[in-house]
Every structure is written in C-alpha cells, then in structure tokens.
Design a protein around this ligand. Structure first.
Ligand code: ZN
Length: 385
C-alpha cells in the first residue's frame, strides 16, 4: 500500500467520501425493510438485509445467532477473541407501515426515514469503516475486529445481552454506533436504570355499607409515593419517577389492590444501588396493608472513566484528519454500551449519525457528516488494533 492509502492519513477522508453513494443506498435499503423490535419476522428480514450488505461490502457473511426467536448477527475477523467490537442494532421503535407516513427521503442534505438516526446510519457507517480498512490493507487489517448487530436493543436487549457480554469479554474497546448527542457529540456517560413495580395489597370492602372494614390499597400507595420520590437526588442526577399506576375494581369498593411502576436512573452504580436498597426498605404505613417490590436494576451505568481513554483516542484521530473535535456529553438514556461498560470493558458511544429526532417523526441524519465520521471511525479502529 502506498503512504497515502494508509488508514489515518488524510486521504482516508477522500476514500470515505467516495463511498458515500454506496452508503446512502445501503441506508435506504435497511430503512425500507422496517424492523420493529417485537416483530420477530421483520427483525429476521432486516437481519438478512444487513447480512447481504455486510457480505457485499466486506466479502464475508456474518453468522446468524437466533436467541428466543430474535435474530442477531456477528462477524469476527481473525481467529482470536474480538479486540475491537463495533456494536450496532438494526431493530427500531417504528411499527410496520410507518414508512408510508415517513418515507425514506434525501433533501437539502438531510436523510429521513424510520430508524435513520437510531441507528441504521450508524450501522452502515460501521460496515463501511471496516470496508475502508479492508480496502487499504486487505482483510488482515481487520484481524481482531468484530461487528455485532443485534435485534432487540429498543426493548431492553433481553435476548442479546449475554451475546454482547460474551463477544466483548476480552475486547479492549467497544465502539457503539448509536446516534450522537446534539451537534455530533459523543456519549461518554450514560445513566443506568432500574425498573420496578410496587404492588400493594389492602382489603376490599363495600364503600357504602362498611368502608371502615376495608384497607385501601390506594391510600397506602399514596402514602408510599413521597418516600419513593424522596430517593431521587437531583444534584447527582438521580431520578426516581413513578410512571404507570393502576388499582381498584368498582366505584363502590375500597380498593384491595394497587400497583405503581417506578423508573429509576442514575449516573453511578453506587447511586442505583442506594435507590434499590431504599425501595426495598419501604414498609406499609397502614395497618393491614402489604407491599411487595418487584423488578430491579436493569442496565448498569456507562460511567465516564470507562470511556475516557477511547474518547482521547477519538479526539487524536479526529485532529489527525483535520476534522473539528466533537463535544463529549453524558446522557440519561441507556444503550447496549451500558452492559459492556458495566462489565468493565472500555466503551465509547454515540459514534453514529449526526442529526436529531430519535423515536420522533422528525428523525433525520445529516448526510454531510456520514463520510467524515466513517473515516474517523476507521482511523480509530486502526489505532486501537
Ligand atoms: Zn438505538
């Protein structure tokens, strides 16, 4: 290879730019499949489309891993355990038929369509970043790289979590191609979360004849809520939010049952555990009422130190390519990067599309950012290998 072809040199930007047409075609193809997470057949069809693109661009077809009916894809280069994992998902939050209302389009430098921002553009960027390295130095340039494309990220990754952890177990880096934060910022911290259900049992009674014989689950629920929300710590960014609730049977019965769901988020595992312990120590305040807590910590936080070194590498590669260095921010939402960071594997997130509107009708990606960020990603992978 000539000096100008070496990954990390400025021509990497030109090489990425020359792939833009292909990348846009690949993104369109994936958007037009439609892959809502809970539709397993749709996710399987999406996986075929992804596998076709991977095979066309990288010369190898990924292995298909089906877990409880959900299709995931993995392509490892080299014989050893993966050292750099490119982590993507191809499921979206969009129900089938959304495409009719929000068709794929490209206008004024903006690409639109369901899943364009979260995260089909990022997925295609990962494939082409690997393609850039392969073009410059053959398949040996990808030794140690693993592309993992899951199908259930948007619903909590129940069937892919183990696969993600196993794939990344010996990696030195997990690069998550989720959409960037506003302005193209990288995600160097993500809150972790817990999901709980507080079930309250009282005693039913006729509200007219003998209400005094009842124990109101609703009043007990109301009594618990200040203690629940009191576990939040705004200064630390810890939130504890009662969300859905239900209870009672008829308008003339003291309610015997009530339930409230609780969404807890925190930036550190210590905070999540503090909230968890607090919820578990709740005790009934009305004689005769019982409370049971279900659920627990769901995704650990991506704590900032887990991303620090990779972020420094990203900044260096960006500067070498003469590109403006994006901001780095901490965000509230979870991704599969939470799992790998929680397991102690360095993880950098938000490497995918620049744009806005995840899960919203105005979802879009900026076309001008796709090739340059793909070049930076390729340079980063080469550096990490
Ligand atoms: Zn996503």
């Amino acid at each position: 290879m000539s000096d100008t072809d070496r990954p990390g040199s400025v021509p990497l930007l030109d090489q990425a730019q020359s792939r833009l047409g292909l990348m846009l075609a690949d993104i369109q193809q994936l958007i037009e499949v439609e892959t809502p997470s809970r539709d397993l057949d749709a996710v399987a069809r999406g996986a075929v489309a992804v596998a076709d693109i991977v095979e066309a661009r990288l010369g190898n077809r990924p292995e298909v891993l089906t877990v409880q009916g959900c299709t995931h894809l993995r392509l490892k280069f080299g014989s050893g355990p993966p050292r750099v994992v490119l982590l993507c998902h191809q499921d979206t939050v969009w129900p089938r038929g959304s495409l009719q209302r929000l068709p794929f389009s490209m206008q004024d430098g903006v690409l639109r369509g369901p899943g364009s921002f979260d995260m089909l553009t990022g997925l295609v960027m990962a494939v082409h970043a690997a393609g850039l390295l392969r073009d410059s130095a053959g398949e040996a340039a990808l030794d140690g790289v693993c592309l993992l494309v899951t199908g259930d990220e948007e619903i909590g990754s129940a069937t892919s979590q183990e696969l993600i952890l196993e794939t990344a177990a010996q990696a030195r880096a997990v690069l998550v191609l989720e959409a960037s934060a506003p302005g193209g910022a990288l995600k160097v911290g993500r809150k972790g979360g817990g999901i709980y259900s507080l079930r309250i049992t009282g005693r039913g009674a006729h509200a007219g004849l003998d209400p005094e014989k009842g124990v109101s689950a609703l009043l007990e629920l109301a009594a618990q809520l200040p203690a629940v929300t009191g576990l939040a710590d705004p200064e630390r960014g810890t939130t504890v939010t009662p969300t859905t609730f239900a209870g009672g049977t008829t308008t003339n019965t003291v309610p015997a049952n009530a339930t409230v769901a609780i969404d807890a988020r925190a930036a550190t595992m210590a905070e999540l555990e503090r909230v968890d312990a607090g919820l578990r120590s709740l005790r009934p305040s009305h004689p005769g009422a019982e409370i049971v807590l279900e659920g627990g910590i769901n995704r650990p936080p991506l704590e900032r130190p887990m991303a620090a070194d990779l972020h420094a590498d990203y900044v260096r590669v960006t500067a070498e390519l003469g590109r403006p260095v994006p901001d780095a921010v901490e965000v509230g939402g979870c991704s599969d990067g939470n799992f790998t960071a929680g397991a102690g594997v360095p993880t950098l997130d938000g490497l995918g599309a620049v744009g806005d509107g995840a899960h919203a009708d105005h979802e879009h990606a900026l076309i001008a950012e796709i090739a340059p960020r793909t070049a930076v990603l390729a340079g980063l992978v080469a550096r990490l290998l």
